[in-house]
Design a binder for this molecule. Structure first.
Ligand code: ADP
Ligand code: MG
Ligand code: ZN
Length: 620
């Protein structure tokens, strides 16, 4: 197959092939040894034998070429034989040859030296400079053509060596809005876009033009990529998906060219959807920092130009996704570009239930109590919920069952939150006792306060995250607003573990480090962001950055105030700690009884714990 192709190439008279063949012939001739004297084969011999033959007067002709001596001599049978030997640096050679006898007519040896022919300067130039360049160019053309043809229809979007915008035919995208659970507002907005793509005329008749671009904004894992695919799946139009980072890849100056190509393609294929995932990679604010990223700015400028340039009524819709909207360039967000913003928030209780049931459809399951799973996974994103369902299925298989149960789901919620159980980890008796008292301390303070979520589970089985135990509180409903009291009680609950240790063991351990971190964060937020301190009233002292990615904060106040904030925070935490101490001191019997019970069982439910609490109350 391959050979045939090569032959065809030659027949077609590919100029390169012709050139190469000519060149090879030239090269070949230059290096070729020319057996001048006879067509008999050449016999190799040594220099000594050569001199001996010269001296004996049997040598006819001698030729020196390329450091080799070729000579003919008459052998024993009176035949003429050609010999070859290496040339040595023999200054006597010419004299010897002149003086020697020979069977030739004149009695003299005929001898000559062939000076190797130098290539002409033009040929040298061609070989040294033009040929490598030409070969490289041909290879480059060939390679880029090959990649293009592999990409099929979308091929000419490509530039050499990079992955381009993929084109999905209608049938390629099976995702629909049914696969996206919750996120009803986002779906509502996007349905309008789908309708527009189906039926652009309806909108054109009135003279309405749809927003050119919609920006999907939200924390990671909330289904932004998923919903964009669903739009394409519903609209059944070509879907150009490209990630922002793909624009700024490898070759300088290619980003802008790619954007141009992308829009050219999209215009040809309209109606269609362009989806730019993680657009912050190119859409970051332009600034006049020295050594700014020129390549990225060019790409961004090109994107801005293209978005202005195309006709909104033609049916090209641009979707983009990001979880860092605050870092985007203002020019991207102005009307006429990404003027519609679609917020994708973390799912609420109902949303979590919906997402869980969408993903449960893919696994075999018993009657599952979705409510409890959804409530215990508060704060999880869609991606985490999908992961929880999958972990549950894996657990069911591990346990030799063929159905996912509520238990599996609850356990995998904990696995996703706190890491897997580490049954093998050795914890000494004394340490287990400390952990048990610590956890019951949390639970007790929580149970004795009116504004805190009920205890759902207490465990002292170590986890891979490093936790030696934990107390899980699950809200019965969904709370959108937290009052000052709620937050204060939370802090008190967080200090409860350490308090129990202090009261029972008269010392403290490192086990409370996570509690300390959380309590401090909460107290700080109360003072600086929620206006919950007497002293600073409603003054904002901190701003939130990167709301969707970890939410770090930066202070916006003077150094004096900063120092004073620390004092306020400390006061708040001390007050909460004091409250926890009082609660536990008043309920020492419950602490002992529950801790002993927990030590024995390792894991207890909220009901078991509350039964101990109620029993103790009855006794009193
Ligand atoms: P993002 O792009 O917002 O970071 P993705 O769209 O990539 O998140 O979501 C990752 C995965 O999480 C999806 O493939 C899907 O399985 C799951 N998921 C996220 N949100 C939802 C949702 N609302 N409904 C169903 N599945 C979801
Ligand atoms: Mg994504
Ligand atoms: Zn703790």
């Amino acid at each position: 197959m391959k050979q045939e192709q090569q032959k065809q190439n030659v027949k077609k008279g590919n100029p390169l092939t012709g050139f190469l063949v000519g060149l090879l012939i030239v090269l070949f001739f230059n290096g070729l040894i020319v057996p001048l004297f006879s067509n008999k084969e050449i016999v190799m011999t040594d220099y000594g034998s050569f001199i001996a033959k010269v001296d004996s007067g049997t040598v006819e002709k001698v030729m020196i070429k390329n450091n080799q001596i070729y000579f003919t001599a008459i052998d024993g049978n009176k035949d003429i034989q050609t010999y070859q030997t290496g040339e040595t640096n023999d200054p006597q050679l010419v004299n010897r040859l002149l003086n020697a006898k020979s069977p030739n007519e004149g009695g003299k040896i005929l001898f000559t030296q062939v000076v190797p022919e130098e290539n002409s300067p033009i040929l040298n130039f061609l070989l040294m400079w033009i040929l490598p360049g030409l070969l490289f160019y041909m290879f480059w053309r060939f390679a880029s053509k090959n990649i293009q043809s592999k990409l099929g229809a979308g091929g000419n979007f490509m530039s050499f060596g990079t992955k381009g915008a993929k084109i999905y035919a209608d049938s390629d995208i099976k995702t629909t809005f049914a696969d996206v659970a919750g996120q009803d507002e986002a779906k509502e907005t996007l349905k309008e876009i789908v309708d527009f793509l189906h039926n652009p005329k309806k909108y054109a008749e009135i003279g309405a033009s749809l927003p050119k671009g919609a920006l999907l904004v939200g924390p990671p894992g909330t289904g932004k990529t998923l919903i964009a695919r669903a739009v394409a799946g519903e609209a059944k139009v070509p879907f150009f998906a490209i990630s922002g980072s793909e624009f700024v890849q490898m070759f300088v100056g290619m980003g802008a060219a790619k954007v141009r190509e992308l829009f050219k393609q999209a215009n040809e294929k309209a109606p269609c959807i362009i989806f730019i995932d993680e657009i912050d990679a190119i859409g970051k604010k332009r600034d006049n920092m020295v050594g700014g990223n020129d390549e990225r700015e060019q790409t961004l400028n090109q994107l801005l130009t293209e978005m202005d340039g195309f006709d909104g009524r033609k049916g090209v819709v641009i979707l983009a996704a990001t979880n860092r909207p605050e870092s985007l360039d203002a020019a991207l967000l102005r009307p006429g570009r990404f003027d519609r913003r679609i917020q994708m928030e973390l799912p609420d209780l109902e949303g979590r239930k919906a997402i869980l049931s969408v993903h449960l459809q893919k696994v075999r399951h018993d009657d599952v109590d979705l409510d409890i799973v959804a409530r215990s996974s508060a704060g999880s994103s869609g991606a985490e919920l999908a992961n929880i369902v999958n972990e549950a299925a894996l657990r069911a298989v591990r346990m030799g069952r063929n159905c996912v149960s509520t238990d599996d789901l609850e356990e995998s919620v904990e696995t996703v939150i706190a890491g897997a159980q580490r049954k093998g980890k050795v914890v000494s008796r004394h340490e287990r006792k400390i952990v048990a008292y610590h956890e019951i301390g949390h639970a007790l303070v929580a149970a004795m306060q009116s504004h805190s979520a009920p205890v759902h589970k207490i465990t002292i089985i170590p986890r891979t995250s490093g936790a030696l135990g934990y107390t899980m509180q699950v809200d019965s409903g969904e709370q959108l607003l937290m009052s000052k009291e709620d937050l204060f009680n939370r802090i008190a609950t967080l200090t409860g573990g350490r308090t129990a240790e202090e009261l029972v063991f008269q010392t403290v351990t490192t086990g409370a480090s996570n509690d300390i971190e959380q309590a401090t964060k909460l107290a700080r937020a109360m003072v600086t962001r929620f206006g919950m301190s007497e002293k600073y009233d409603m003054m904002g002292l901190e701003t939130l950055n990167n709301a969707y990615l970890g939410s770090d904060t930066s202070l916006v106040c003077s150094a004096d105030t900063a120092a004073d904030i620390d004092r306020e925070v400390l006061q708040l935490i001390k007050k909460a700690h004091e409250k926890a101490r009082k609660i536990i001191e008043e309920n020492m019997e419950i602490l002992h009884a529950a801790s002993t019970y927990l030590l024995d069982k390792e894991t207890i439910t909220g009901e078991e714990f509350m039964r101990i609490v109620e029993d103790a109350k009855k006794v009193c």
